[in-house]
Design a protein around this ligand. Structure first.
Ligand code: C2E
Ligand code: MG
Ligand code: MG
Length: 680
């Protein structure tokens, strides 16, 4: 708005300035035209000798001393020396003077006023001058002295000379008088300037009138300009305001998580930078928490995303309640949250906060008509760190969180430097694993499986191995999770299946090949297509291939998993459930999925004979298999005693070091294991 006012004022000032010069131009022009018109009138009357009678002589009228004038005209050295040597002057000077006398009287008559009043300029005084400026007669408000002053300075003389020279009307402003000017009209006789009429023009009225007109015009223009600007300006300012609002909204969205309204990752990072700076400045401790809900995916998978979202919103609210106003609680995405707590007295403060949060998040939730229980794992990093960037605290908190998860969830762990080392190592492995396949560092071992009743070799389970050039043998339980997380499991899985199938074609026809499949493969790969292709390429018969899956697969889209498993079954490939008893052990899938075989996990076999509970579990699983008509395999059989118990309960198959360790080569058929090991 202030801008508009300034604009308006500027317009007025500009209008006034340009108006001034316009006024001057208009007034000068009016004076010129008035003077011309008056001169013409006077000349006409001079010619007609139509002069008023002396009695009408104005008291102001002065006719200069006729004798002096005559003398001047006569004497070549006098003031009138430069008068044109016109015969009229020389011979009939007096009559001319008399004529002038009369002429000036004529001026005194209001005749001109009355008959030539079409001009706003008014006649204020009149003089007859010789071309050189000598004053011959004056009237009205012009006196010989004032006239001479005007001619002497302020350019009056120059204007007169110019006027005579150009034989054109000339005007000059009268100094100290804003509204009066002098106009010279040269009059010629026989083509020569014989005399000059000087008119004092009063333009007070003209100036006032022009001023009024100009003011009206200037104000109207200014008003129009201001209006012209202000309407679009008002519209523009509204648009700008709307845009600001929209930008505010965008800024909010950019900095907040839309589901919970908590600060998002971006804001968290910015806040963390500042918090670290504050901590360093004031020498205060701070803590960064990395927090992750335990098994949140299960909630999403079983109760749906809407319930999952509602749970997250409730978790966010509880986190806000458990922390102080100054602590920042942010959502990093999914079920991951982070907290920045400043101004701690000791790390124990962070520990107490972590406990409080674990308790708060462990309380049951009522969301979307469901009662849900949940818990959280927390990793804590204490700062500020001297040398490292603020983000390092988040990384440390994440590592500690990882440890909390490993240590059984629903707990908290503080970051320790060793965790960092473990992470570095993992990163290295990840990198090396990418090259391992290409560098032929991977190979397969095969472990035999036997029919417990008759001691017959039924098949071999392919187990992948990695020989790392500097680390040596790296167990699959270490590198497979990395392969799963990085997606390397896809090329790796393909390589395993191809290599094993190709090898199995060299085995006796009744020997089965058992290959493990990772749940990650079902997620990212067309397993059915892969199996078909590999069987085709290698020529292995489908019924000789057995695929081991784990219960983890049930966490995925069961529809498509079921479809794949059913098609594999139709193809002739059999499916075995590996590590039975360690996962969900939901028995329902045994009826829904085409599972032909259950492998009791090694952990149960391990304690067979020492723990009455596991004996009970294993014997019931064996019984279950019999009643469901599913083959039961016990894996990890290491002792004769374990073998005897399994045989007694009627377990179908066995696999374990007691019968044969995994080895790179499958022995020739004539070298199958002795049946000493099969004796119960
Ligand atoms: P798994 O499929 O249950 O394989 C059996 C594991 O038990 C193998 O360990 C094997 O060496 C070990 N084992 C066999 N008999 C005994 C025994 O008597 N005593 C003991 N202590 N251990 C025994 P490994 O080879 O380290 O494999 C571990 C896990 O890695 C496997 O468990 C499987 O889940 C996974 N894995 C191994 N190879 C592959 C593979 O080629 N593909 C996929 N997807 N997973 C694989
Ligand atoms: Mg297995
Ligand atoms: Mg197993």
């Amino acid at each position: 708005m202030a801008g508009l006012v300034v604009l308006g004022l500027l317009t007025v000032v500009a209008g006034v300035l340009s108006g001034r010069s316009t006024i001057n131009y208009v007034l000068a022009r009016d004076a010129r035209e008035a003077a011309l018109s008056w001169a013409a009138e006077i000349d006409k009357r001079l010619g007609e000798q139509a002069f008023p009678s002396p009695r009408l002589l104005d008291k102001d009228l002065q006719v200069l001393d006729a004798a002096k004038l005559n003398a001047d005209v006569a004497s070549p050295s006098g003031a009138g020396a430069s008068l044109p040597t016109n015969s009229t002057f020389n011979t009939d000077g007096f009559s001319l003077i008399e004529g002038l006398d009369r002429l000036t009287m004529g001026w005194a008559l209001s005749h001109i006023y009355r008959t030539h009043n079409e001009f706003v300029s008014k006649l204020d005084g009149f003089a007859v001058l010789a071309p050189d400026g000598a004053t011959l007669a004056v009237g009205g408000n012009l006196s010989p002295a004032s006239l001479q002053t005007m001619l002497g300075e302020s350019g009056g003389g120059a204007a007169l000379a110019q006027s005579v020279n150009d034989n054109a009307v000339g005007t000059v402003a009268i100094p100290g008088d804003a509204h009066n000017r002098l106009a010279f009209v040269p009059m010629t006789d026989d083509g020569k300037v014989a005399r000059v009429y000087a008119f004092a023009v009063d333009q007070t009225a003209a100036a006032a009138l022009t001023n009024v007109a100009l003011t009206v015009v200037t104000l109207t223009t200014s008003l129009l300009i201001v209006l012209g600007f202000s309407v679009p300006a008002a519209i523009a300012s509204r648009r700008i305001r709307e845009r600001w609002l929209a930008e505010d909204q965008i800024r909010y969205l950019a900095m907040h998580d839309s589901l919970t309204g908590l600060p998002n990752r971006l804001q968290l990072h910015q806040h963390l930078d500042r918090a670290v700076a504050r901590g360093k400045r004031h020498g205060h401790l701070m803590a960064v928490f990395g927090l992750d809900l335990d098994r949140f995916k299960d909630v999403n998978d079983t109760l749906g995303h809407a319930t999952g979202d509602a749970l997250l919103a409730e978790v966010a609210a509880r986190l806000k309640e458990s922390t102080r106003e100054v602590d920042l609680v942010g959502r990093l995405g999914g079920d991951e949250f982070a907290i920045v707590a400043e101004d701690l007295d000791a790390p124990e403060d962070a520990m107490r906060l972590a406990r409080r949060i674990c308790t708060a998040l462990g309380e049951p939730y009522h969301v979307n008509g469901h009662e849900v229980t949940s818990s959280a794992s927390i990793g804590i990093a204490i700062g500020p760190l001297d040398r490292e960037p603020p983000d390092t605290l988040l990384k440390h908190a994440d590592l500690a969180l990882y440890r909390a998860k490993e240590d059984g969830r629903n707990t908290y762990r503080f970051f320790e430097p060793a965790m960092d080392a473990a992470l570095q190592k993992r990163r290295r492995l990840e990198n090396d694993l990418r090259n391992a396949l290409r560098k032929n560092q991977l190979y397969l071992d095969y472990q035999p499986q036997f029919d417990l009743e008759n001691g017959r070799l039924t098949g071999y389970e392919a187990l992948v191995r990695w020989w790392h050039p500097s680390e040596g043998e790296i167990p699959p339980t270490t590198f497979l999770p990395i392969a799963e997380e990085t997606g390397l499991i896809v090329p790796l899985g393909e390589w395993i299946l191809k290599t094993a199938c190709a090898y199995a074609t060299t085995w006796p026809l009744d020997t089965t090949l058992v290959v493990n499949l990772s749940p990650a493969q079902f997620k990212t790969q067309d397993v059915l297509g892969l199996v078909r292709r590999v069987l085709n390429e290698t020529g292995l018969e489908a019924h000789r291939l057995e695929l081991e899956i784990t219960e983890g697969i049930l966490l995925q889209n069961t529809e498509s998993v079921m479809e794949t498993l059913t098609r594999l079954d139709q193809l002739g490939v059999s499916i075995a459930m590996d590590d039975f008893g360690t996962g969900y052990s939901s028995l329902s899938y045994l009826t829904r999925f085409p599972v032909k075989k259950i492998k009791i996990d090694r952990s149960f076999i391990d304690t067979l004979g020492t723990s009455p509970q596991t004996s009970a579990i294993v014997s019931s699983i064996v019984g279950l298999g019999q009643s469901l008509n599913v083959t039961i395999t016990a894996e990890g059989v290491e002792t004769e005693g374990q073998a005897a118990m399994l045989k007694k309960w009627g377990c179908d198959q066995v696999q374990g070091f007691y019968y044969g360790e995994p080895a790179a080569d499958v022995p020739d058929s004539d070298k199958t294991p002795t049946d000493r090991s099969l004796v119960a």
